[in-house]
Design a protein around this ligand. Structure first.
Ligand SMILES: Cc1ncc(COP(=O)(O)O)c(C=O)c1O
Length: 418
């Protein structure tokens, strides 16, 4: 097809779409597809949730842009106040930006200035973004970094307990990874040089692997002991995805800095970082900012999204979506040996695909995705270091029948690609 668009974007499908509603997107030819990607974990409230659309429409008639350095529009403080109510205790000051990468990078800048320290520790398999600093913090796939060197220094990578890959049980993996973390602080950077430790509570792009609560608490303990800020990157895990507003809530843990994006505004480009007033007060005024961050339409979309998500039943439904999907995947795994492991935290689900020898099978995974797309009109995607992990990220408003349809489609796709 003739195009004036860059080829740099990886293309999951060649669909040309014109609109979406709930869990369905419709092509320009009028064909419906079930969207199990949620636009990579963004439209948690479903495509075009009517209340979010209405809030954007109403706001568009009053202000498209009201630059935060120049003046404060009337959606800004209400959004910050609402975020303070829904985020973990102790987090009550917010900086608002546009994308996930901008927010993870902002969290590092905040951590550097508020601690006066230079270094950042991240985890093997993390994805934190595509700007130069966040590329340096990303180890989910080599392609993101290759050819982009030199990357910023000061980033150290600790192991993440991905038991399917290492063959350990959870306790063994957690013990080993905490020991390796301690060793890193003895051998690669001393703790008093480390501004922050940043972790995804569920490794996202790196394989949809929930971090065990004991691992998160072990890291937090070490951060507290050394005055290091604990940063939770909830860009993909946040806003209801795991059945709680934030995945960190499952571990009952309070991060020093919380990073939010994707689901925060149901598709309008908004991201935010939150921290205590004390930490934020050490971020030199004027040293960071952005032209569009805190855009009034984005704030209106985020406020409407939060209202939808905090209504009784929304998060229960999200948890039920995860449970129903997982139960169905487990039934399929009994029938198909290539579905080697299912795991999930709420509606953030993964299935590892292996060949008859038990090795990660990217070819079969790709074939399953193609079958789902072309024969079943179902859009799904993969993740993980070998591309052999199917990831399921349905809009949280998906109906039970749509989940059952997706599972039946997967059953046929696995049989057809054997
Ligand atoms: C955990 C996590 N952090 C950061 C990012 C970067 O977000 P963005 O693509 O909006 O820059 C992503 C994107 O997938 C992500 O999943």
């Amino acid at each position: 097809m003739d195009t004036h668009l860059s080829d740099v974007w990886f293309q999951l499908t060649d669909l040309q779409v014109s609109h979406g509603s709930g869990a369905v997107v419709t092509t320009t030819d009028g064909i419906d597809y079930l969207d199990l990607t949620s636009g990579i974990g963004v439209v948690n409230t479903g495509h075009c949730h009517p209340r979010v659309v209405e809030a954007i429409r109403e706001q568009a008639g009053r202000f498209l842009h009201a630059q935060v350095n120049c003046y404060r529009h009337d959606q800004l403080e209400p959004l910050a106040e609402r975020l303070a109510q829904i985020t973990p205790d102790g987090i009550d000051r917010f900086f608002i930006s546009n994308s996930g990468a901008e927010a993870t990078e902002a969290a590092v800048k905040l951590a550097k200035q508020s601690t006066g320290r230079p270094h950042t520790v991240v985890f093997q398999g993390s994805f934190h973004g595509r700007t130069h600093m966040t590329m340096a913090m990303t180890t989910s796939k080599a392609i993101y970094r290759a050819g982009h060197a030199p990357l910023p220094s000061g980033v150290f990578v600790a192991p993440f307990p991905y038991t399917f890959l290492t063959g350990e049980d959870e306790d063994q993996a957690v013990d080993r990874c905490l020991k390796e973390f301690d060793l890193l602080l003895k051998t690669q950077t001393s703790p008093d040089e480390v501004a922050c430790v940043m972790i995804e509570p569920v490794l996202g792009e790196g394989g949809y692997v929930p971090a065990p609560a004991r691992f998160l608490h072990g890291l937090l303990e070490r951060c507290r002991a050394h005055g290091i800020l604990f940063v939770a990157d909830e860009v993909q895990t946040g806003f209801g995805r795991t059945g709680e507003l934030f995945a960190i809530e499952h571990a009952e843990l309070q991060p020093d800095v919380l990073v939010m994006a994707k689901g925060i505004a149901s598709g309008f480009p908004v991201s935010a970082i939150g921290a205590s007033a004390e930490i934020m007060s050490r971020w030199t005024q004027g040293s960071h900012g952005g032209t569009y961050g805190g855009n009034p339409m984005g704030c209106a979309a985020a406020l409407a999204t939060i209202e939808v998500m905090t209504e009784p039943g929304f998060l229960d439904h999200a948890a039920a979506v995860g449970a129903r999907f997982r139960a169905g995947l487990d039934v399929l795994a009994e029938r198909h040996r290539c579905l080697a492991e299912n795991r999930n935290l709420g509606a953030m689900l993964a299935t590892e695909i292996v060949d008859p020898e038990g090795c990660s099978d990217a070819g079969r995974t790709g074939a399953i995705l193609q079958y789902l797309l072309h024969e079943e009109r179902t859009i799904a995607m993969n993740c993980g270091p070998f591309g052999s992990t199917l990831r399921w990220i349905p809009p949280l408003v998906i109906a039970d029948e749509q989940i059952d349809d997706a599972l039946a489609a997967l059953d046929r796709a696995v049989s057809a690609t054997a």
